[in-house]
Design a protein around this ligand. Structure first.
Ligand code: GLA
Length: 385
């Protein structure tokens, strides 16, 4: 989206006044490896995309906040005090952020806001985190709040947990807030220590493939997995004092896993602990420019999400299987919460056209769905434009 055209649309809707509008952007993300580890105090390795959400905003001198978006015809006005959940669902993301800021002692004034997103919707590429982060960064600037980016990331996550009602971890907001072009973010979700690691892929590109399957049960299954992880911790904690699975090395987990009575729960925990090790190995492989190894770890991650964690499903599995058949593909895995959404594959640049044709045709033949493909360009984190 060109900023001039966003401004034109803003002034068309709200009129031109002395007070200019200010423009902000926050990206969506793709996670390279480290899935369902964030809420277990583990490691993740996502990067920010160039797609994201733009926001043009100005104070309007009234006591009403006007929300509009170029994405759907769903405007909404909310009084600047006493926020409650709205039926206009998309508004709950920015409103949740404002609610958090009010809880931290700030008050909101009337504003005119125009959002515009180019992250594919409901694809598991964190369009919601990008709305939260663009709002957080904009409010921080507009009201001169002096929060640092980590604070704003926590605000974004809490908004989603408490106001939107999705019990997500911190990965998406973190990648959107602190992603950096040509880098991936290696984050320890227990301590929030992070490192922006150069993503030097040479002749390889990240190709994102969208299953275009609706993620029907995603939220309830997500919460179910969280509960299963907690129950595995309870079983282990009777003998070894841990509070999160991320505290266990793979070797230690293998020693202790007999303490978890149910086989299914043992597999869930095995995924988390083994995935954590894969993140460490993948970061090392990337630093050593060993992309073949990186691709193998991506494959192993998907297989573990399919067999141990059971969050893939036929569409994601088919996309990944077909991707791995294409010559020039080093690895392919689901990314995000699962149950639909996208895969990410590491593909030789000369094989991308063939990848799109062959994977697209085979996936369509097997599932009846048409996938979308995007070449993932890594972008910068949330900022004022
Ligand atoms: C969703 C959540 C994240 C993370 C992933 C799975 O994207 O929002 O916090 O848990 O699923 O890795």
């Amino acid at each position: 989206m060109h900023i001039d055209s966003l401004h034109d649309k803003f002034y068309e809707r709200y009129g031109k006044e002395e007070e200019p509008c200010h423009t902000f952007f926050a990206p969506g993300r793709v996670n390279l490896i480290g899935e369902h580890t964030d809420y277990n105090g583990g490691y993740v390795f996502p990067c920010a995309l160039q797609y994201g959400t733009y926001l043009a905003v100005r104070l309007n001198g009234t006591d009403q906040i006007h929300f509009t978006t170029t994405n759907f015809d769903q405007p909404c006005n909310v009084p600047a005090r006493g926020f409650s959940r709205q039926d206009t669902k998309w508004v709950n993301y920015p409103l949740g952020v404002m609610d958090q800021l009010v809880k931290r002692g700030f008050s909101m004034k009337g504003m005119d806001m125009l959002f515009s997103g180019d992250v594919p919707n409901a694809a598991g590429l964190s369009s919601s985190a990008s709305i939260e982060m663009v709002t957080a960064v904009a409010m921080n600037d507009l009201y001169e709040m002096q929060f640092d980016m980590i604070d704003l990331i926590k605000v974004g996550q809490k908004a989603e947990n408490e106001f939107v009602g999705v019990n997500c971890g911190i990965m998406d907001q973190f990648a959107s807030g602190l992603g950096k072009t040509e880098h991936a973010v290696y984050l320890d979700c227990a301590t929030l220590d992070y490192e922006q690691v150069p993503l030097i892929l040479g002749v390889y590109k990240l190709v994102i493939s969208n299953t275009n399957k609706r993620r029907g049960l995603a939220d309830s299954k997500y919460n179910e997995r969280r509960a299963e992880c907690e129950s595995s911790v309870e079983s282990i904690a009777r003998t070894e004092p841990i509070s999160l699975l991320g505290e266990l090395s793979l070797a230690r987990f293998l020693d202790l896993q007999h303490l978890i009575p149910e086989e299914k729960i043992r597999r869930r925990a095995h995924h988390v602990v083994s995935e954590n090790q894969r993140v460490l190995d993948a970061v090392k492989a990337l630093k050593e420019s060993d992309l073949v190894r990186f691709g193998q770890l991506m494959n192993a991650s998907h297989d573990s999400l399919r067999d141990d964690y059971e969050v893939t499903g036929r569409e994601l599995d088919t996309l990944v299987e077909e991707a791995r058949k294409v010559e020039g593909v080093l690895g392919s895995r689901m990314t995000g919460a699962g149950f639909g959404g996208c895969t990410v594959s590491l593909v030789h640049k000369d094989a991308i056209d063939r990848f799109i044709t062959e994977v697209g045709a085979a996936y369509h033949a097997k599932t009846g769905l048409k996938p979308d493909f995007y070449v993932g360009e890594v972008g910068n984190g949330a900022r004022k434009l």
